[in-house]
Design a protein around this ligand. Structure first.
Ligand code: SIN
Length: 491
């Protein structure tokens, strides 16, 4: 299958495949570029300039030069830029969704949902820009006053992943713009097109030159590494894997950078015997199959009370088995390809390990041969506890189901992981629900629902899933620092 004329036109109209530095679109200083592939066909969609260390530092120069004026920019105007960008993304939703499907693979309907989700972060933070405030309070001893005020943190490095090519950027860019921070953004090598399209939108709605600088690159170490070593940088916000997060933290320690880390997950999906099973199965399909399972909030382990485990697994297998695979641009496709062969090999290995240890394949089970990196929606029942799939992040359309006995055992097994991003709980018993949500060691919980992501809510984890929150009232705090003034009132 080739890229159609319409697809090519959408790419050409929305993307300048170069670096955006200081308000200019430039080629990489080395002249090098890299190909962006359609994971459904393996074909190169377009070539994008490949930033070098020199380019990354030029981007930081631009961000540093723009910082003081941007911090001074009236909050209302910063908010209005965000609001106009939200509007333009919604107007262009169909084209931008196609662009996203082409580079990432998810079905068009899901890409449209991500454009809306991603745009909503801009609208949310357009409303937060004018609500940055401080405090004036009386010193407890009565002899003076305490004044606190908020300032933008300063130039930030934003590193975004390939799985949500737009939304993972807007939930960093939105609060940074609202707070008055300038940015160097390194999009994922596999999916830079959506971020380049967003940079154009922000340029069109009047974001001043140098506030957002975008540097696609095949090398994070030479670009992000160079920027982090420079003392002008103040903060790093990263969404990606826990091992990469650890490396970045070690690098960031040199300049004591502020950090926000949205890292890996191993989400338990816990179903109690009193749950509404139809609702639980519906929630399970959403929690597992959103984004083809390539999400850090994807349900990774299905822990089901013994009394209903078989019925739940059979119901889930029937639903998952009915999903149709296809290139995301095909209207009947429910499930697109995985992002690349590495990801597909990892998923294959986890399935083979679980089945080798005695797990039973109830739906799917393997890769689809031919073009693209397709893997069947898969359910494995009676998965043994020592299977790797229960301890590693799957990042694919595979649901391992395992049974538990008591409520305490269910909670203990849900917590039995180094990760703590999200958990899903299904029960109709209110007292149990409250006990269980209090006992879970995670940053977010879906109670009787399979989706937690919402621009108005604080997204983030605990333990090895990272720290910091994106979205909600908390999101802007990551881009602000507090200054306190002790005032002598002569009392
Ligand atoms: C992620 O997978 O990193 C985030 C998903 C989301 O925002 O829902």
């Amino acid at each position: 299958m080739t890229t159609s004329d319409h697809e090519q036109r959408v790419i050409d109209e929305n993307v300048v495949p170069r670096l955006q530095i200081g308000g200019e679109w430039r080629d990489a200083s080395s002249g090098a570029s890299f190909g962006v592939e359609d994971p459904a066909t393996g074909r190169v969609l377009c070539r994008v300039s490949d930033a070098t260390e020199e380019d990354a530092l030029a981007a930081l120069d631009a961000a540093s030069r723009a910082q003081a004026a941007w911090a001074d920019h009236p909050p209302r105007e910063r908010g209005e830029i965000l609001r106009r960008a939200w509007q333009l993304l919604i107007e262009r939703r169909d084209d931008l969704a196609l662009l996203m499907t082409l580079e990432m693979g998810k079905p068009l309907a899901e890409s449209r949902t991500e454009i809306t989700y991603g745009a909503e972060f801009l609208r949310w933070f357009s409303e937060e820009a004018v609500r940055i405030d401080g405090r004036w309070s009386r010193e407890p001893g009565g002899s003076g006053r305490l004044l606190t005020m908020k300032h933008p943190v300063g130039p930030c490095l934003l590193i975004t992943p390939w799985n949500f090519p737009l939304a993972m950027g807007t939930r960093k860019i939105g609060p940074a713009i609202a707070a008055g921070c300038t940015m160097v953004l390194k999009p994922a090598q596999l999916t830079p097109l959506s971020m380049l399209a967003l940079a154009r939108v922000l340029e069109e709605v009047g974001l001043p030159a140098g506030v957002l600088n975008v540097i696609p690159s095949t090398s994070a170490s030479r670009t992000a590494g160079a920027v982090m070593a420079d003392p002008r940088l103040r903060k790093v916000s990263f969404t990606g894997s826990t091992p990469v997060g650890r490396t970045l933290m070690a690098q960031a320690s040199q300049n004591l950078l502020r950090m926000s880390m949205e890292l890996g997950g191993n989400a338990p999906f816990v179903v109690f015997e009193d749950a509404d099973l139809d609702r639980a199965i519906e929630g399970a399909v959403i929690a597992k199959m959103r984004n083809i399972g390539e999400s850090c909030v994807a349900a990774n382990r299905f822990l089901v009370a013994e009394a209903v485990a078989e019925e739940f697994a059979a119901g889930l297998a029937a639903k998952m088995g009915s999903l149709r695979m296809g290139r995301g641009t095909e209207p009947e496709a429910d499930v697109g390809p995985l992002i690349d062969e590495d990801q597909r090999s990892k998923v294959t290995e986890l399935v083979e390990d679980a089945v080798g240890r005695g797990g039973k394949v109830l739906a799917g089970g393997g890769r689809r041969e031919g073009a693209g990196y397709f893997f069947e929606p898969t359910v494995i029942g009676a998965v043994p506890d020592d299977s790797k799939i229960l301890s590693e992040e799957v990042f694919g359309p595979v649901a391992p189901v395992t049974a538990f006995g008591t409520e305490d055992e269910g909670v203990a097994r849900a917590n039995g992981t180094e990760y703590g991003l999200v958990a899903y709980v299904f029960t109709r018993d209110l007292e149990r629900a409250l006990r269980v949500v209090e006992g879970l060691e995670v940053g977010m919980i879906g109670l009787n629902r399979g989706l937690v992501s919402n621009p108005a809510a604080p997204f983030g984890g605990v333990k090895q899933s990272g720290f910091g929150r994106e979205g909600g009232r908390e999101g802007i705090e990551e881009y602000l620092s507090t200054k306190y003034v002790a005032v002598d009132t002569g009392e």
